[in-house]
Design a protein around this ligand. Structure first.
Ligand SMILES: CC(C)(COP(=O)(O)OP(=O)(O)OC[C@H]1O[C@@H](n2cnc3c(N)ncnc32)[C@H](O)[C@@H]1OP(=O)(O)O)[C@@H](O)C(=O)NCCC(=O)NCCS
Length: 378
């Protein structure tokens, strides 16, 4: 799908939790859990009926993923070897929910950067990997908290939730349904991780991003980007999956089983997604008559530094510099849909009018979203 011309990405905002966890802290907690587990099951391990758990290591995490640190909503519960799960108290229905609060913080920053007020916005889309409830829509809760007339709704496309929502927002504006739309991507990914699983305990953090999409003829912020073209691609895969959902209670035998949290075949994802995404980007650029060498910057999904290095290499035909494909996952870890917008938020203001950039998310589904952007001139 190629979007109609005349629409801009005019501002972005980020909410970053104030609690932080380094790899060393996370690994110390995990290894304490391993020692306790192995001590408790010492006899069974010796008899060969239970398998001893293996320690995690900071060195492995940095080498395999590039992640060094993450921001989280609740450090204490996550690091307590008896709990190993964030503890985020339920709020009464009369209070703003936690994910709406994160969205509002990011949205206010995005509105300020777009030099827009809630009265200029006609719609709110909350698009993220994990929605906290079935209804009412988080998007409507955020719309109400921001005092926006018009409409709000939710969508969910795993790690591509932001780029898919951007394309939907373009369509809604092009069809005259809205003058401008705020998209929010709140991610509490520490809520969907099994912190007792060595393969994935280090992957995720919490954060929210937001952005404003509006017609070019009304856009006025200094860091405003024309949305030149946008495309989506999906291909079904079970290699990243989470079976948590409202039907769980209809099959009580499965409640609490491991598949009700994030599960992935990381190696397979790596091998399958790198060619899928690099070919997708190359084809998208070619369809718009753009040589990859014209790209001044790529804001790639922030899940794994080795994946990003390979994708950028395949697109450019050489290794990308950190300036060409900047990284935030060392600081944020994987924050799913928010990662690509956080990378854009931190690393786009320095580019010059007329510069081309490409945003590309990829993840569960599989789903990928590619957006070609050109910096506007005022
Ligand atoms: C998850 C991921 C970081 C794992 O890295 P990897 O290099 O594939 O690691 P593997 O799972 O193959 O494990 C390699 C070795 O490290 C070990 N290992 C796994 N976790 C470890 C840990 N926390 N600490 C130390 N060693 C660990 C494994 O046991 C294995 O040991 P072996 O070689 O003796 O069998 C990587 O596969 C990845 O990021 N894939 C892409 C996933 C992605 O982007 N998903 C999108 C999500 S939205």
């Amino acid at each position: 799908m190629t979007i109609l011309a005349g629409i801009a990405l005019s501002g972005t905002g980020v909410f970053t939790p104030d609690q932080e966890i380094t790899n060393d802290e996370l690994v110390a907690s995990f290894n304490e859990y391993v020692h306790r587990y192995n001590a408790t099951h010492a006899k069974a391990i010796e008899a060969g009926t239970v398998q001893a758990l293996l320690e995690s290591s900071s060195e492995f995490i940095v080498k395999a993923s590039g992640i060094k640190h993450r921001y989280v909503l609740d450090k204490k519960g996550m690091l307590d070897p008896d709990i190993m799960c964030p503890r985020i108290p339920e709020r009464p229905d009369s209070e703003l929910s936690i994910m709406a609060e994160m969205s509002v913080a990011a949205a206010l920053a995005a509105l300020a950067s777009a030099e827009r007020k809630p009265a200029d916005i006609d719609g709110v889309i909350v698009s993220c990997a994990n929605l906290p409830r079935a209804y009412p829509a988080l998007g409507i809760e955020v719309q109400s908290a921001l005092g926006i007339e018009g409409f709000g709704f939710d969508m969910n496309v795993g790690c591509s939730s932001a780029t898919y929502a951007l394309q939907l927002a373009c369509g809604l504006i092009a069809s005259g349904n809205a003058r401008a739309i705020v998209v929010c991507n709140p991610e509490v990914l520490t809520g969907h991780v099994d912190f007792r699983d060595r393969d994935c305990h280090f992957l995720f953090g919490d954060a929210a991003s937001a952005f404003v999409v509006e017609r070019i003829d009304t856009a006025r912020s200094p860091n405003c980007w024309e949305i030149v073209s946008a495309r989506m691609k999906s291909r079904f895969s079970n290699n990243i999956r989470n079976n948590y959902g409202f039907l769980n209670r209809t099959a009580p035998e499965g409640i609490g089983s491991r598949d009700k949290l994030f599960v992935q075949q990381g190696r397979k994802v790596f091998k399958e997604v790198v060619p899928l995404v690099s070919d997708f980007i190359i084809e998208h650029l070619a369809a718009n008559g753009l040589a990859p060498t014209l790209l001044r910057r790529m804001w790639l999904h922030q899940a794994n530094i080795n994946m990003n290095d390979l994708i950028a290499w395949r697109v450019l035909g050489r290794r990308a510099t950190p300036d060409e494909a900047p990284t935030v996952l060392d600081e944020y870890a994987n924050v799913s849909s928010a990662g690509v917008i956080i990378a854009f938020n931190k690393y786009s203001a320095d580019l010059a009018s007329g510069d081309y950039g490409l945003m590309c998310s990829f993840g569960a589904g599989y789903s990928a979203g590619s957006v070609i952007l050109r910096k506007m001139q005022f």
